[in-house]
Ligand binder design. Structure first.
Ligand code: SF4
Length: 328
């Protein structure tokens, strides 16, 4: 009988799902994902999660609830490091424990550690542990691991070409999706933030879609190689501890150097500890490095944020940037 493993459409879904899909599919395990976020999923998660959690963590709980009765086990890896350079935020490290402590009636949770910071073989130690746990031989697990890497590489190549994460995943499924093309003369905006915040259209209130409708060209950190972003983040006197925070800072420096960016929008989660620092660093660096030529806006989102308020702020930002261009 085919084993069904639940994979919540939240947090690492937007950065690493293709790897795990390739790996599990090759093993013959079916991955079941949760549906796109709705008000009910968010409300359920917010009700069950610890009160001071950030919105992405609350949302994760909501996605787990949608899967719990449909799968044989839930895959909630303990994300520590995926390279030698930085660790994940402490909430990723404690995620399986948080979910276990707050939700009841769950199927078994597979919470193997992902710590690719020590060896040379990336996620292989986790894949090997998973295979042992699920009763597969190492001879079966190795090609599955390689398949996962192949999927992830193909996904990241699409991101570099300008596909947004959900478009890239659709493309990998064989759907006819085209990356947005850059429009000459349009505003160039970098929309930066943690992928699970920016690309969940419900909690981000589809900020990217709204800006595209306002005819802006959108740049994101996923369009740049992570290695380059980590190099750039070392411009800080001391690199940050957290994986995604370094990517966001690196992307800020990259787009400031690029020279044709009109504005940078930071999408941040209310209650996010790392972002309290990242947001201030970005604001100071955008102001200092661009000497006022690049505008900066921080959009802090929580479960109460309304669509109309965000639309108004984006419209005002875009109008201001058009005005600036005309004045120049
Ligand atoms: S980095 Fe911030 S938004 Fe992400 S999980 Fe940690 S606290 Fe939440």
């Amino acid at each position: 009988m085919t084993l069904h493993i639940g994979f919540p459409t939240a947090l690492i879904y937007y950065s690493h799902f293709p790897f795990w899909q390739g790996y599990f599919n090759r093993l013959g395990v079916e991955i079941v994902t949760s549906p796109p976020t709705t008000r009910t999923i968010l409300d359920d998660g917010a009700r069950e999660a610890v009160a001071d959690a950030c919105i992405p963590i609350k949302l994760y709980h909501g996605h787990v609830l949608t899967l719990k009765d449909k799968v044989d086990a839930l895959f909630i890896p303990r994300m520590v490091r995926i390279n030698r350079r930085a660790t994940f935020c402490p909430k990723f490290l404690g995620l399986p424990d948080m979910v276990r402590a707050t939700l009841t009636g769950l199927p078994p949770i597979i919470d193997l550690q992902v710590d690719a910071g020590r060896g040379l073989l990336g996620l292989w130690p986790t894949c090997r542990g998973l295979a042992e746990l699920l009763g597969f031989s190492l001879g079966t697990a190795w090609p599955a691991y390689r398949e996962g890497n192949k999927h992830q590489r193909a996904y990241e190549e699409l991101l570099r070409k300008g596909y947004l994460p959900l478009q890239a995943m659709a493309r990998l499924r064989g759907e006819a999706v085209e990356a947005p093309s850059r429009q000459p003369g349009a505003l160039n905006l970098a929309v930066l933030g943690y992928p699970y915040q920016v690309y969940d259209d419900y909690i981000s209130l589809d900020i990217i879609g709204k800006l595209q409708k306002m005819r802006a060209n959108i740049m994101t950190m996923e369009m740049l190689p992570p290695r380059r972003l980590f190099q750039l983040s070392s411009r800080l006197p001391k690199r940050l501890f957290w994986h995604f925070s370094n990517l966001v800072i690196g992307a800020t420096y990259h787009y400031l150097q690029q020279g044709d960016i009109d504005g940078i929008i930071h999408v941040t989660a209310f209650g996010c500890g790392p972002d309290a620092m990242v947001d201030k660093l970005m604001e100071l660096d955008v102001r200092g490095i661009s000497q006022g030529k690049v505008a900066y806006m921080s959009l802090s989102i929580d479960e109460q944020t309304g669509d109309a308020g965000v639309t108004t702020r984006l419209e005002a930002f875009v109008d201001m940037l058009h005005q600036r261009r005309e004045n120049r």
